[in-house]
Design a binder for this molecule. Sequence first.
Ligand code: CO
Length: 466
Amino acid sequence: MAKPIKITETVLRDAHQSLIATRMSTEQMLPIIDKMDKVGYHSVECWGGATFDASLRFLKEDPWERLRKLRDGFKNTKLQMLFRGQNILGYNHYSDDVVEYFVQKSIANGIDIIRIFDCFNDLRNLETAVKAANKENGHAQIALSYTLGDAYTLDYWKETAKKIEDMGANSICIKDMAGLLLPYKATELVEALKEGTSLPIQLHTHYTSGVASMTYLKAVEAGVDVIDTAMSPFAMGTSQPATEVMVETFKGTEYDTGLDQNLLAEIADYFRPMQEDALKTGLLNPKVMGVNIKTLLYQVPGGMLSNLVSQLKDFKAEDKYYDVLEEIPNVRKDFGEPPLVTPSSQIVGTQAVLNVINGERYKIATKESKKILSGEFGQTIKPFNKEVQKKCIGDVEPITCRPADLIEPQLAKFEKEIAQYKQQDEDVLSYALFPAVATEFFKYREAQQTKVDANVADNENKAYPV
Ligand code: CO
């Protein structure tokens, strides 16, 4: 029986986030979306994750405007975004009214599928976003942050899948951000999830450790429904397996995607010069294209490794790299063995650096480490190390409820704070997530508009001298 595999194309989000620091601009995307719309992808992931921050901060673009332009162009294809549960696209927990409004506006501006995850897989942190997506008739996909450790048994994944189905999600994604899922483990995992739920299962992985396309092959054979791939110029390395390769692999089999390889080749031709330019300017470091076997040894996402190198440089302690790599699993254990994904990856990584640099563990604990140990990010799979907790937060009583239950509604306050810059409803959400960066962007936007107005006035004066 034919069981065509569906493809989510990531070139407009994860692929450029993973390879070129999220620097692909809307202008670079627009000329090709007409062709991409004809492919017949299950969905195109094009928004959320780090794209929102990067648009405002580095590209001086309004992310909402980008979404509307993509929606205009993609007439037949579902648009997908990545959403960090109660963190939305930021690094803190937000009140429910902000989460609900963000979901509502994302869907109103064109998103069809919202992939929602939490760095601890604490399902309580996903509830509000899932409910909001259901209410707006969006597709709520819950992504399980995949990681290794003795607590993460097949039974754990299976039980979690059951709970996700009960929560009202429309599908489940295995989110393997570090490329840790090995081919034969993928078979077991997909089979376990399929036992736990009847929801469609999608697989998202990265090529970092070099096994990704084999993992897809085994997962597909085990019954996975959708895989995430990227057009070849932005595939492999720390990105996803190449779309064309996976399409060709399944051609003529019961899993045939039915996608047109000639059309894909034309799309790849469009992206290739962009990749070559990025190599020339150094935006794309050839190093990230290779196999990073350390990611398997240390179970650390590729992005985290490059962060460590730059943090150690700041301390002039590059020689401590391997000490830090060895300290990471210890910190992770002290913090209840969470998956390492934004923001837990940054928090654990930074704490490991401090522990090594200071020559004493938790002599200095970051604000974020204290937040984790106070329960402010939610519940981890294992308890925290009591001694470490005591050393970092003293006698403060940790919270055990859903963290957002303790956060008062924030939207009205944010509205007041940005009133003078507001040009569209969505501006308050940009501000809520990245107050300083958004404010700077709003000022830049105003300055640009004044410039344009002045030019128009200037030209009018020339044309119609008075
Ligand atoms: Co990813």
